[in-house]
Design a protein around this ligand. Structure first.
Ligand SMILES: NC(=O)c1ccc[n+]([C@@H]2O[C@H](COP(=O)([O-])OP(=O)(O)OC[C@H]3O[C@@H](n4cnc5c(N)ncnc54)[C@H](O)[C@@H]3O)[C@@H](O)[C@H]2O)c1
Length: 309
């Protein structure tokens, strides 16, 4: 059995590939980048997720039996800056993968989806069956992929399931989204500043918990649902996040305005809150890393001796 991880070179992909390899799985990482950081048991293939012929060749050559699909242009900011590219990679790329999988067969495909599919949270905590009305271009692409996954499941028997993640953080986070910039400032002895955002509430989730959850969903014998929230079930206000970081880094300060966070200039984030994780809990999911601990680990990786997990 081989697990294919698309986006295996990314922030979430790397620890997921490593964990699967530690569990004794043969793993193929498919990404436009090759990391060279994985050991034996991991094959890295460089390719574009829209290249269906290459995907099919890789699926057959490595006898791939399970897939975690993470390759994407990630985040609201990137989607606002380059929507056509986000549509091409996120939607066309997923269709290329689903088509190849229908031809080759697979036991399960776990799609790394997002809380952005909900748009403004109309419930807190928000459950998988609450209305999904994405407002950001990124959320719209991720929602389109979920709907297309549902179509391939209904029409072609593709064993598709989506996991909806929320503001995952941890060592090596590659974008300027909280808590990363504040931790970087704190590590560098700088003051932070955020013009607006203090009133936002986010279900921050530590990367190792997400990796555990993805593997649970991948491994579950039978799944009752086509979507699972994988977060913590608790939302933290941005002011409280600032207080937690200040506890960790005495001396660090932030100038913080109220209101919603801007994801891109002039683009306010959707109203958020906690994700209801009852469904995932039924599979045995139990997030273990509290915010203070996750922040401390992320900060430690920024210290000169720290290592990327
Ligand atoms: N990190 C989060 O907070 C979060 C939250 C919700 C959902 N997700 C989803 O999880 C997945 C992984 O996110 P991440 O945070 O690790 O982001 P990331 O940007 O670190 O990883 C995405 C990976 O996809 C690869 N990729 C991009 N375009 C590609 C292409 N055309 N062909 C092949 N590979 C390509 C990139 O090289 C990168 O390694 C994404 O699908 C994202 O939408 C992440």
């Amino acid at each position: 059995m081989t697990v294919l991880v698309t986006g295996g070179a990314g922030f979430l992909g790397r620890p997921l590939v490593r964990r699967l390899a530690e569990l004794g799985e043969r793993v193929v990482s498919f990404d436009r980048s090759v990391t060279g950081v994985f050991g034996d048991g991991v094959v890295e293939v460089a390719g574009d997720i829209t290249d269906g012929a290459l995907l099919e060749r890789v699926l057959r050559e490595h006898e791939v039996s399970e897939v975690v699909h993470g390759a994407a242009i990630v985040g609201v900011t990137a989607s606002v800056a380059g929507l056509a590219d986000s549509v091409r990679v996120n939607i066309d790329g997923s269709v290329a993968l689903f088509e190849a999988l229908v031809r080759t067969g697979v036991r399960r495909v776990v799609d790394l989806s997002s809380e952005e599919t909900y748009g403004h949270f109309h419930a807190d905590p928000i459950g998988e069956d609450d209305p999904a009305r994405p407002v950001s271009p990124y959320g719209i692409t991720k929602y389109a992929v979920e709907r297309l996954g549902g179509y391939y499941a209904e029409q072609h028997g593709l064993p598709y399931v989506a996991v909806r993640l929320c503001w995952v953080y941890g060592p090596g986070f590659p974008r300027r989204r909280l808590p990363q910039p504040w931790l970087e400032d704190a590590a560098a002895g700088l003051t932070s500043s955020l013009g607006q955002g203090g009133d936002h509430r986010i279900d921050f989730t530590y990367v190792d918990d997400v990796v555990d959850g993805i593997i649970l969903v991948l491994r579950a014998e039978k799944l009752e649902h086509r979507a699972y929230n994988l977060a913590t079930g608790h939302a933290t206000g941005i002011r409280e996040l600032a207080a937690r970081i200040a506890e960790l880094c005495p001396g660090w300060q932030v100038e913080l305005g109220g209101g919603p966070i801007e994801m891109a200039p002039g683009v306010a984030a959707a109203d958020k809150g906690a994700l209801d994780i009852s469904r995932a809990k039924e599979l045995g999911y139990a997030p273990r890393v509290p915010l203070a601990e996750g922040l401390a680990r992320t900060l430690a990786a920024l210290e000169p001796t720290g290592s990327d997990s």
